[in-house]
Design a protein around this ligand. Structure first.
Ligand code: 3H9
Length: 691
């Protein structure tokens, strides 16, 4: 028997307890499925067995199908076959669910004749989040059990429900602190009777109500192919016998599983988890305890960071240099919470509780008690070094000292202290209380347990932390700079802001670079360029004309009209044409495909350099950065995954052409990109090496 096969024990009362045992999450791999079929056969053949309880060992019932098996040659028995063996068991099978019963895990429980859940149980069909639909009977059995409308909601939203909600919906018969005990009693009470199967269409509910919900669902789902497939499969529950519904569900599942969008989403699922592994950390390294935090700087960023701590229940002190700035900072935080209360996403009590965790203070001395201090002041090296120098004398020993710098050299900041091992970057993304990415910047001297602290803390703050090495702009902003440079070049050569933005929104981004620039404020980049002695002729000319973006009512677009979104402005067109002429450039029409490639391929190229230099440990880390920090469309999997889907030789050829056209040597393909392309490999071939 393979180690991951379920373990069966037969008890004196005649109940066979079958425990799924495939750590960490009891994914339903081939061995587990085979083991379930085997266990059911044996239990049914054993005259001492009267009824069967199916449960999960360890962290929960089961997180569903083993996603790593998708796309590999099928292993028999299929999950549907394993579930059929449960459903067709002549002796009653009751599921005892604690922890997660997700996807195929819940589908397995639906094949059982009854279900009992622990109070902590989470039951759901999250396949939609992987670009799939439940493919082992969920679309047929769940509607038949709890009604088509509630089943549709569970499948299309993909969020699990708790035990009590599951009981109210009729998904489980009982909620019990000892689910195995309660399931055993229930199983024995069913022994001898014909087991009830979730095949009956009587509970589906009214067809009209379903059709109404289907229309609303499809409207909300837009182009999400999973939602349409789920609606179609549930509709069949009304129209056809379950066998036909199951066959149609299977066909949808296979089609979606092989769709590049689902492959991209599955890649991101694993990339996000891999990013949690910190490369090169001594085994067993644990983070330091963080009971209290301090944030230096009460601006938009600092306030947002403080909110993250309060939201996670960690007391935090927001520190400013004077009372006025502090009051403004605290008011901004209170304003953000007030908006959430108004929207209904936060109760007043929760708001009060969170606000009570945020203390304001004037002067760095207030950082003395904190286990982690995050500096979020103006992006200027001199100021940061001054603060870290002072913090060195104030912070308690062992406190982690973090800078929220977006670009600057963390090693230089650390050099201002006598404890560089405690110093690192914790780069939050704006708005810090919303965006999920956290770049943890590991300096040359950062201690392993300091990195581990920042990573663990990031997860506590509900962020997705990714480790980056030290370089200008780290992973995300360093790549973004390539896109920004190309966007400006495209305007000089002949494109207009709305054409450039349209190319990226057509690709799937929510906003293009100029819309994003207008939203963030064009003066930020202007100031950085000035500090570096660099120029971007069009962006600079806009700033010089006082067009700083949405906050001044004008930027690349005009925001002065009634519409909240900006509209193209003839003045901007004239300005761009004038600057092109001044640069001696003959403008030409640039098609959408070229625009998209000019924006995305140089980023991929920079990603290759970032990998080569070891700034990012894995291509997937870069993809996670772009997904959670810059809203890269998940269905293309992030820049490096996308690169593999286009093919690296084509990217090399295009970059060479762009470099030749423009004379811009930074567009030459990175050595790693060239090498992989020549060897017929993709970036994904580097993942295994990094793991
Ligand atoms: C499905 O069921 C299709 C069927 O309808 C039809 C089939 C025919 N497979 O997230 P964690 C790994 S589709 C393989 O860090 P947590 C994960 O990669 C599936 N591996 O833990 C990680 O590995 P590592 C529908 C899986 O406590 C480790 O387990 N189900 C799977 O933060 C720990 O995971 C889902 O979409 C899997 N299904 O969260 C649920 N699940 O340690 C997907 C996890 O090497 N899973 N792993 O990095 C989850 O949402 C979370 O893992 C869960 C636990 C909430 C369960």
């Amino acid at each position: 028997m393979t180690p991951s096969a379920p373990v069966t024990s037969v008890h004196a009362d005649g109940v066979a307890l079958v425990r799924l045992s495939n750590p960490p999450v009891n994914a339903l791999s081939g061995a587990v499925r085979g083991g379930v079929v085997d266990a059911l056969q044996k239990a049914n053949a054993d005259p001492a067995v009267r009824a069967i309880v199916l449960t999960g060992e360890g962290r929960g019932f089961s997180a569903g199908a083993d996603i790593t098996e998708f796309g590999k040659p099928p292993v028999s028995p299929s999950l549907s076959e394993a579930i059929a063996s449960v459903e067709e068991s002549p002796k009653p099978v009751v599921a005892a669910i604690s922890g997660n019963a997700l996807g195929g895990g819940l589908e397995l429980a639906l094949g059982c004749h009854a279900r009992v859940a622990a109070p902590d149980a989470k039951l759901g069909l999250p396949e939609v989040k992987l670009g799939l639909l439940p493919g082992a009977g969920g679309t047929q059995r769940l509607p038949r059990l709890i009604g088509a409308v509630p089943a549709l909601k569970i499948m299309v939203e993909g969020n699990p429900i708790g035990a009590e909600a599951a009981k109210a919906a009729g998904l489980v018969q009982e909620v019990a602190a000892d689910p195995v005990g309660a399931a055993t009693a229930l199983a024995l009470s069913l022994a001898g009777s014909t087991p009830r199967r979730s095949r009956d269409a009587a509970n589906l509910g009214a067809r009209e109500a379903f059709e109404e919900a289907a229309v609303a669902t499809l409207k909300r789902a837009g182009e999400n192919p999973s939602a349409a497939a789920i609606v179609d499969a549930v509709r069949l529950a009304f129209e056809k016998p379950i066998e036909e519904g199951l066959a149609a569900e299977r066909a949808h599942f296979v089609r979606l599983r092989d769709d590049p969008r689902s492959k991209a989403l599955r890649h991101l699922f694993f990339a996000e988890r891999a990013a949690a592994q910190i490369p090169g950390l001594p085994k067993g390294t644990k983070g330091r305890e963080v009971a209290r935090a301090a944030v230096i700087g009460g601006g938009t960023m600092g306030g947002g960071i403080a909110m993250n701590f309060a939201n996670a229940g960690i007391p935090v002190t927001l520190i400013e240099t004077d009372q006025d700035a502090l009051t403004r900072g605290l008011e901004r935080v209170a304003g953000n919470y007030a908006t959430s209360v108004k929207r209904g996403s936060l109760t007043e009590a929760a708001r009060d509780q969170r606000m009570s965790l945020i203390k304001g203070a004037v002067g760095l001395e207030a950082a003395a008690e904190a286990d982690v201090v995050i500096e979020a002041v103006f992006e200027e090296m001199g100021l940061k070094k001054e603060i870290f120098g002072k913090l060195d004398g104030i912070a308690k020993p062992g406190a982690v000292l973090a800078s929220n710098t977006s670009y600057l050299d963390v090693d230089e900041i650390a050099s201002a202290t006598s404890r560089p091992g405690d110093v690192l970057g914790m780069h939050f993304f704006s708005p810090a209380n919303v965006m999920k990415l956290l770049e943890v910047v590991r300096g040359a001297k950062t201690a392993p347990d300091a990195v581990a602290t920042a990573m663990e803390l990031g997860r506590k703050l509900a962020k997705v932390p990714v480790v980056s090495g030290v370089c200008y702009g780290f992973i995300g902003n360093r790549m973004l700079a390539r896109r920004t440079a190309q966007a400006e070049r495209l305007l000089l050569e002949g494109a207009l802001p709305q054409e450039v933005d349209a190319a990226l929104t057509a690709y799937g981004f929510r906003m293009g670079p100029f819309q994003m620039g207008d939203l963030a404020g064009l003066d930020i980049g202007w100031r950085i360029r000035k500090a570096q002695g660099k120029r971007a002729p069009i962006a600079d000319a806009l700033c010089e004309a006082g067009r700083l973006g949405q906050k001044t009512g004008k930027g690349y677009y005009d925001y002065s009209g009634a519409a909240r979104s900006g509209v193209p402005d003839p003045e901007v067109r004239a300005l761009i044409e004038r600057v092109s002429a001044e640069q001696g450039i003959t403008r030409r029409a640039i098609g959408q495909e070229e625009i998209t490639e000019r924006l995305l391929l140089p980023m991929i190229n920079e990603g290759a350099r970032i990998l080569e230099e070891g700034i990012a440990a894995r291509p997937g880390d870069i993809d996670v950065v772009w997904l959670y920090g810059y809203n890269w469309p998940a269905t293309t999997g992030g820049p490096m995954f996308y690169a593999d889907t286009i093919g690296l030789p084509r990217i090399v050829e295009r970059l060479e052409r762009f470099a030749a056209q423009s004379g811009d040597e930074t567009l030459q393909p990175a050595p790693l990109l060239r090498r992989l392309a020549a060897e017929g490999r993709g970036f994904s071939s580097l993942e295994a090496k990094a793991a």
